[in-house]
Design a protein around this ligand. Structure first.
Ligand code: FES
Length: 106
């Protein structure tokens, strides 16, 4: 299986402790900028009820779903608060020329 780097948002367009939605080839992602400024990309739909995590809230390394307040670890994808129980996918992420890029399997 091969992978490719997908270019998403400009790093400066996302404030610390905030998240942006990024859609690409029919899939949706949540691009998170944590309180320390580090960015990470994760699947955009909550594993519990398919809400858009980009409409949620970021606090440190945690993102809270806007629908039922389930929480996920932004670094690992682990579900850390009910009713979310299934981990979400996180992607290897890098900054390249001020753009947030993530590694996706083809
Ligand atoms: S849809 Fe996210 S916790 Fe229910």
């Amino acid at each position: 299986m091969t992978s490719e780097w997908i270019v998403s948002c400009d790093e400066a367009s996302i404030a610390k402790d905030d998240v942006a939605r990024f859609d690409h080839l029919g899939e949706t992602y949540a691009v998170v900028r944590m309180s320390d400024g580090v960015c990470n990309v994760m699947d955009g739909l909550c594993t519990h009820g398919k809400a858009h995590l980009a409409e949620g809230f970021v606090d440190g390394t945690t993102i809270e779903c806007p629908k039922h307040n389930g929480r996920f670890n932004v670094l690992t994808g682990e579900a850390t608060a009910s009713p979310a129980r299934v981990a979400t996918r996180v992607y290897q992420t890098r900054i390249n020329d001020s753009k947030i890029e993530f590694l996706k399997d083809k």
